[in-house]
Write a protein that binds this ligand. Structure first.
Ligand code: NCD
Ligand code: ZN
Ligand code: ZN
Ligand code: ZN
Length: 353
């Protein structure tokens, strides 16, 4: 029962999603995470490798691919994780993944690449021309740009969130360096004031920034920014309310309504939204075409985002309570209508590396 006329868009691609398999299935799994993706208008997701064990070996990749095949509702592709213990596996992993993910700083666990020698080995080993995505904050953005220049390697900078970072990336691009970047909806629509209001439910890496940082990101929305990705990073309410609450917030189901609201407000065009959420992600990561695949949105549907009815296993959103305009009504994937007026009507199982 759509309120208005429907507008057809290409299926969106989210290049930064934590689906939590293996090892974090109490937070999310392939079925709940990809249901959240479809409900949010994404027909392709790129899954991050910071799982337990991390996606840093061929054995783990094969096991995860099988699980995705059995349970995923949309197309799922994987990043290889750069682990100091398994650098020898990178050439094999490169054949079946969309990119290498390097955690250059600000993270925990076995995927942190702490020293320069290991970073260099990653760049020497990974095939040239296949993207290396970096979790890089602050000064580490300059390291990523320097490596892109030195190795003539494509570097994709994840979740850029600060005015200084986006200015540096703009300068690198003006020099013709092979760098691309993404920003998340939480860094475009929330500030440190929201972080204070939300407590652990507004804590993620990079942290929410000042309104001046947010303004700087918006000033680059038509130029320096290549992609909008969610960094969908679900954690349970209990984890968020406990000691040592882990950083990360979900985002698959709220990204498109938030961005469509910005379109309604004249902050970007619908054409630019499609470039940022569909065409550029597919081009940068060389994602396969999805024939007979589209989404239909009601651009006029006005409502308030809510925790009710979310498909993500974590069941909450930092955006709940925000008024938005624009709703996903239909999703067709590989010829099958799987989502109709907000309800799943089919389940297809598709996955590729
Ligand atoms: C991520 C997570 O929960 O996996 N959290 C986050 O705050 N973005 C980890 C990460 O991407 O650094
Ligand atoms: Zn990150
Ligand atoms: Zn992430
Ligand atoms: Zn219908």
């Amino acid at each position: 029962m759509p309120n208005g006329k429907l507008t057809r868009l290409p299926g969106l691609a989210d290049i930064h999603v934590h689906l939590r398999v293996p090892g974090g299935e109490h937070k999310e799994d392939f079925s709940t995470g990809t249901a959240a993706a479809i409900a949010g208008g994404f027909t392709t997701v790129l899954a991050m490798p910071n799982t337990s064990p991390p996606l840093a070996t061929r054995e783990t990749l094969q096991a995860i691919q099988q699980q995705a095949q059995a349970a995923a509702l949309c197309d799922v592709h994987f990043y290889a994780g750069a682990s100091p213990d398994h650098l020898d596996e990178l050439p094999v992993l490169a054949q079946e993944t969309v990119g290498l993910k390097i955690y250059a700083d600000q993270t925990y666990g076995p995927l942190r690449i702490g020293n320069l020698a290991t970073l260099l080995r990653c760049f020497q080993t990974w095939p040239r021309g296949k993207p290396i995505a970096m979790h890089a904050e602050g000064r580490a953005v300059a390291i990523g740009i320097g490596l892109a220049a030195a190795f003539e390697q494509r570097v994709h900078l994840c979740h850029v969130s600060r005015a200084d970072e986006i200015a540096l990336i703009a300068a690198a691009k003006a020099r013709g360096l092979p760098v691309t970047c993404e920003v998340t909806p939480h860094h475009l629509f929330l500030t440190e004031a929201d972080a204070a209001r939300l407590g652990p439910f507004g804590d993620m890496r990079p942290r929410l920034a000042t309104s001046a940082d947010v303004d700087a990101l918006w000033a680059h929305i038509d130029t320096t920014i290549d992609c909008i990705s969610t960094d969908h990073a679900p954690h349970t309410r209990a984890e968020k309310l406990g000691p040592d609450a882990p950083p990360g917030v979900p985002g698959l189901e709220t990204a498109l309504p938030l961005l469509l609201t910005a379109v309604a407000e004249g902050r970007l065009t619908l054409e630019r939204l499609i470039a940022l959420m569909a065409h550029n992600p597919r081009r940068i990561f060389g994602l396969p075409e999805q024939p007979e695949t589209w989404i239909e949105v009601d651009l006029d549907a006005a409502y308030t985002l809510s925790d009710e009815g979310l498909h993500t296993k974590c069941g909450w959103s930092p955006f709940s309570g925000m008024a938005v305009r624009g709703k996903v009504e239909h999703v067709k994937l590989h010829g099958a209508l799987i989502f109709e007026n907000g309800v799943f009507i089919h389940s297809t199982k598709r996955t590729r590396s």
